[in-house]
Design a protein. Structure first.
Length: 268
């Protein structure tokens, strides 16, 4: 169901009102709080379905709703993507091993507003090559966010991410992208994590969207498994992802999903 408030650009991107930022902050804060808390549970021997059960309970206790339970038949409160899983990993009986890296992606609905965020975790000791991948992915997200300001384009965001990642001899996944959100889970625009400066729709104050680069140690190609959800790297190389929900302000980006505890990267 579309959000009736605010105007649409010629590209179909909704321009939200100033009062809408408060709703996005409330939703984003809850999603970020949940990811702060679940980190304490990530350790060798834990199953991904146990992590998801905690998230589902935490959403319910907050009086919110999970955006993913029931979405296109999906039945979990999170996506948990381990090692070479790029995104949309389904929680299950898989037991985490020492050195496993994982992305946990949570979207909650608070008073009709969607808060969508993900970050990386490690079970046990963090391998050196994984540490570098995670750092590059985190930095790429923040560089993309720095490109958010009125007058810039979505191509500027993608270029900031792609140029940095490729300079580190890693690759940006092209098969998945960020998206608009607000009172809906997914809406225009598609936020590509690669691109050329000055291309794509222009950013305007009041746009809400996610930036969520997926970065591979190897090649960028992915494939989706038979479950129709889990995307993996074709060459089985490690993959990492970070995601924030942001709004465009008069002078930059307002990040709705900042960690209240100051956590975001696995070692913090």
């Amino acid at each position: 169901m579309d959000d009736p408030r605010g105007r649409l650009t010629k590209d179909g991107i909704r321009i939200h009102e100033a009062a809408d930022f408060a709703g996005m902050h409330a939703a984003g804060r809850l999603a970020a709080e949940i990811l702060d808390e679940v980190g304490a549970l990530v350790e060798p021997g834990v199953t991904t379905e146990a992590l998801d059960a905690y998230i589902e309970q935490r959403v319910a206790v907050a009086g919110a709703k999970s955006a993913t339970i029931g979405y296109r038949g999906y039945q979990h409160a999170s996506c948990i993507s381990v090692n070479h899983v790029v995104c949309h990993g389904i929680p299950g009986p898989k037991v985490l091993k020492d050195g496993d890296i994982l992305n946990i992606d949570v979207t909650v609905i608070v008073d009709g507003w969607y808060g969508d965020t993900s970050r990386m975790y490690v079970a046990g000791a963090l391998p050196r090559k994984a540490e570098r991948l995670i750092q590059v992915t985190h930095d790429a997200l923040m560089l993309g966010t720095e490109a958010v300001r009125p007058g810039n384009t979505f191509g500027d965001i993608g270029h900031a991410i792609q140029s940095y990642v490729e300079a580190q001899r890693m690759s940006v996944v092209r098969d998945f992208c960020g998206h608009g959100l607000g009172r809906v889970f997914h809406a225009p625009p598609n936020v590509l994590h690669y691109g050329r400066p000055g291309t794509g729709p222009k950013l305007e104050e009041g746009m809400f969207f996610t930036i969520e680069p997926m970065v591979n140690l190897g090649r960028p190609e992915t494939k989706v498994l038979a479950d129709d959800w889990t995307a993996v790297t074709r060459d089985k190389s490690l993959s990492a992802q970070f995601e924030h929900s942001v709004g465009v302000t008069a002078d930059g980006a307002d990040i709705f999903t900042l960690s209240p505890a100051g956590r975001f990267w696995p070692t913090r």
